[in-house]
Ligand binder design. Structure first.
Ligand SMILES: NC(=O)c1ccc[n+]([C@@H]2O[C@H](COP(=O)([O-])OP(=O)(O)OC[C@H]3O[C@@H](n4cnc5c(N)ncnc54)[C@H](OP(=O)(O)O)[C@@H]3O)[C@@H](O)[C@H]2O)c1
Length: 255
C-alpha cells in the first residue's frame, strides 16, 4: 500500500456499513479519505474516531442522486490544498428497496436507479476527469456491486435492485474499454458480495428487524471489514494487473 501513502481516496456512502469500514482501513494506511454521504454527523464522528491514524478523513455531505452535490463535492476537493483531486474512487453508496417489478413504486425504482447507477456513473466520470487533469495514470475506480449483478435471485423485492447492479457490471466493462482506448493505465474493478452484515438489509426490509434477524441467524454473513480487506487487495495489485470483479458469497448462502 506504500504507493498510496498521502494520496486521496473518495468513498461514497461512507457514513455506515461497508463504506465506513473502507474509510477506517484506508486511513490506517495513511490515505487522505474524502468521506461522503447524506448524514454528515456520522461522517464527523468517523473523523473524530480516526483522528490519531496516519491518514485523514474529510467529511462532505453529498446526496449522490443530485448531480449538483456531486459536482460541488469534486470542486471542493479540487480547491482544498491538501487534497487537490481524487486518486482512488470507491463507488459504494447504494440502496435496495422492496419494489417488485409487477407492483413496485416508481419512486423507489427511480431512487435505486439514481443512487446505484447514475450516481456511480457521475462519480466515476468526475473521478477519472480529476485523475487525468492531474496526469494521474495509476488511479483506481472500485464499484461495490453485488452478487445481484451476476445472477437473478428469485425474490420480488430484489429484482429491480438486481437490474441496477447488472448495469454496474456493464459500466465496469464499458469504463475499462474507454480507458484502454485512451491508453490510460487507470484501472477499474468491482467487488460483488452476497449478504454483508450492515444496515442494508434493514433498509431493504423497511425496518423489519425480525425478518433481518432471521436472515442473519440462518447464515454467517460477511462482515464489512472483510469487504474493506478486498478493497485493499485490489489497491495492492501490481500496475499490469487489473482485478476485474471479486465475487464473495457467505459459505452458507444458497444462491
Ligand atoms: N449489505 C449487503 O448485504 C450488500 C450485498 C451486496 C452489495 N451491497 C452493496 O454494498 C454497498 C454498501 O452497502 P452497505 O451494505 O454498506 O449498506 P448500508 O449500511 O445501508 O449503507 C449504505 C450507504 O449508502 C449511503 N447512501 C444511500 N443513499 C445515498 C444517497 N442518496 N447519497 C449518498 N449516500 C447514500 C448511506 O449513507 P446516508 O444514508 O448517510 O446517505 C450509507 O452510507 C451498496 O452499494 C450495496 O448495494 C451490500
Amino acid at each position: 500500500m506504500d504507493r498510496w501513502l498521502g494520496r486521496v481516496a473518495l468513498v461514497t456512502g461512507a457514513s455506515v456499513g461497508i463504506g465506513a469500514a473502507c474509510v477506517r482501513n484506508l486511513v490506517r494506511h495513511g490515505i487522505k479519505v474524502v468521506a461522503c454521504a447524506r448524514n454528515l454527523e456520522q461522517l464527523q464522528a468517523l473523523k473524530t474516531e480516526l483522528a490519531s491514524q496516519p491518514g485523514s478523513v474529510h467529511p462532505i455531505r453529498c446526496d449522490v442522486t443530485k448531480e449538483e452535490d456531486i459536482l460541488s463535492m469534486f470542486a471542493e476537493i479540487k480547491k482544498t490544498p491538501e487534497l487537490g483531486g481524487v486518486d482512488i474512487c470507491i463507488n459504494n453508496a447504494g440502496c435496495g428497496h422492496n419494489a417488485p417489478l409487477l407492483d413496485g413504486d416508481t419512486k423507489m425504482w427511480r431512487n435505486m436507479l439514481e443512487v446505484n447507477v447514475l450516481g456511480v456513473a457521475i462519480c466515476t466520470r468526475e473521478a477519472i476527469r480529476s485523475m487525468r487533469e492531474r496526469m494521474v495514470d495509476d488511479g483506481q475506480i472500485i464499484y461495490i456491486s453485488s452478487l445481484s449483478g451476476h445472477r437473478i435471485y428469485s425474490s420480488p423485492p430484489s429484482h429491480f435492485y438486481s437490474a441496477t447492479k447488472h448495469a454496474v457490471k456493464a459500466m465496469l466493462e464499458g469504463v475499462r474499454n474507454e480507458l484502454r482506448d485512451l491508453k490510460s493505465h487507470i484501472r477499474v474493478a468491482a467487488i460483488s458480495p452476497g449478504y454483508v452484515e450492515t444496515e442494508f438489509s434493514i433498509r431493504l426490509n423497511e425496518g423489519n428487524q425480525e425478518k433481518v434477524d432471521e436472515i442473519f441467524k440462518s447464515l454467517k454473513a460477511i462482515q464489512p471489514e472483510e469487504i474493506a480487506e478486498h478493497v485493499e487487495f485490489i489497491l495492492k495489485a501490481p500496475p499490469h494487473v487489473q482485478v476485474h470483479d471479486i465475487l464473495l458469497r457467505p459459505t452458507e448462502q444458497i444462491s
